[in-house]
Design a protein around this ligand. Structure first.
Ligand code: RFL
Length: 394
């Protein structure tokens, strides 16, 4: 069997590429290790930038999102025992959208499979890629129903299988460089079955460690607590989590935190990588498969969508009009935004974690950086631009 494009991974990147291809009548196959039910419920990101929502909308993929997502126009820093509201909406007229990733994935799968008639195989095992340097690569996988290995030839492979996928390892050795950065910091990522404690994102920059709150829905709220990397979530029973969140987030004049049962508790080690170029022969990497950005600045999903728009459009131009310019420029066009967001995440990491580094000098410079956001309009404008992802033309 032959397909124009085989897409490995049904996350936001893979499903967006699939939808763009199907809208142009390009035949493709999506291969996913998990079940459809599982990916529709997997909790992760929730903050989507305005340009990304407009990109989805232009491709007919934002109908439900625009009906149900909440625009957010402010965040609040809490440090030195005080709250400091940062109204980036007032400053720039811009906003973020809060829309939980499982809802976005549910919309994208429905549109791809049920509306645009795309083919997807869920629950596959053992995906392998062959012949990527030739003009007829192939992909094989073990089909869950039969246990048989199936082989599909194709023109292009889209590697959209996330940070733990297999496609990144299939690049031709020596032609691709992976740049890595390790923050040496862990975050305990929590989902609480409780309404948000404040109407906006909270960043607690405390000498005992960072704590954050991100509203997800009226019923569910995400919290983060800085912890040692590799820490065991079992070290964080309910009482300890809420005591630590209160210590790091509660300040004078703010309502107490709204507690609730913790429905997710996992430790994320803060690290980044960037694969350069994001292309090897006929394999094009997109999203977390190509680059991981620690969730410090909530940028990963946005970068995945940016790649997917460029890759989907470039594949359509190549396969329907013979124009290979988009594919030739794909990696460089993605990487400009990737490096910009990586740099912002690194800058923001110091803002979040610097006061807890155990170094009075870093604590001093971090507090100066925090105060500058509220005393210098230029510093505030620069932060707002990067936070919203509107900083540069890429
Ligand atoms: P995904 O979403 O990981 O999807 C990859 C898909 O590939 C499948 N897969 C395979 N399929 C076939 N064969 C294989 N060998 C396979 N191996 C894996 C997987 O099952 C999966 O379905 O990657 P994609 O599409 O690149 O999307 C990236 C985003 O999911 C990710 O960047 C964000 O979730 C990061 N992130 C956040 N990003 C934001 O922009 N804003 C946020 O607020 C935000 N919060 C977060 C986050 C990530 C988190 N975690 C869990 C790392 C919060 C958390 C806790």
């Amino acid at each position: 069997r032959h397909r124009s494009v085989v897409i490995v991974g049904a996350g936001p990147a893979g499903l967006t590429v699939g939808n763009i291809l199907r809208a142009a009548g390009v035949d493709c196959l999506v291969l996913e290790t998990e079940t459809r039910g599982f990916i529709e419920r997997r909790p992760r990101a929730g903050v989507i930038e305005e340009w990304a929502v407009r990109g989805l909308e232009r491709r007919g993929l934002a109908r439900d999102l625009l009906e149900r997502a909440e625009p957010h126009t402010a965040c609040e820093f809490r440090f030195d025992g005080e709250r400091h509201r940062f109204s980036y909406g007032e400053l720039t007229g811009g906003h973020h959208w809060v829309y939980p990733q499982p809802l976005l994935v549910t919309d994208l799968v429905r549109e791809y499979v049920d509306v645009r008639g795309g083919t997807a195989r869920f629950g596959v095992r053992g995906v392998r890629l062959y012949g990527l340097d030739g003009d007829r690569p192939s992909v094989s996988y073990v089909c869950p129903d039969t246990g048989q290995r199936e082989v599909v030839t194709c023109d292009y492979v889209a590697g959209c299988d996330g940070a733990r996928g297999v496609t990144r390892a299939c690049v031709t050795p020596g032609r691709v460089r992976v740049a890595r950065h390790d923050y040496g910091i862990g975050w305990l990522a929590l989902l609480a079955e409780a309404p948000p404690s404040a109407d906006c994102v909270l960043f607690g920059c405390h000498p005992d460690g960072f704590a954050g709150q991100m509203p997800r829905s009226p019923e569910v709220t995400r919290y983060y607590l800085q912890c040692p990397p590799g820490d065991d979530p079992a070290n964080w029973p309910h009482e300890r989590v809420w005591a630590e969140l209160r210590r790091r987030l509660e300040v004078a004049g703010a309502a107490p935190l709204t507690e609730g049962p913790l429905i997710e508790k996992r430790v994320l080690d803060m690290h980044d990588y960037v694969t350069e170029p994001m292309v090897s022969g006929r394999l094009f990497l997109a999203g977390d498969a190509a680059h991981l950005v620690a969730p410090i600045a909530a940028k990963g999903l946005n970068l995945a969508l940016h790649d997917a728009f460029l890759l989907g459009d470039a594949l359509v131009a190549r396969l329907t009009g013979g124009d290979g310019g988009g594919l030739a420029g794909y990696s460089a066009a993605c990487l400009r935004r990737v490096w910009d967001y990586q740099e912002f995440s690194q800058w923001l990491s110091e803002l979040y974690h610097g006061t807890a580094a155990g170094d009075p000098f870093r604590a001093g410079t971090t507090l100066a950086r925090l105060r500058r956001l509220f005393t210098s309009p230029t510093a505030a404008a620069a932060f707002a631009e990067q936070y919203l992802g509107t900083a540069a033309r890429y």
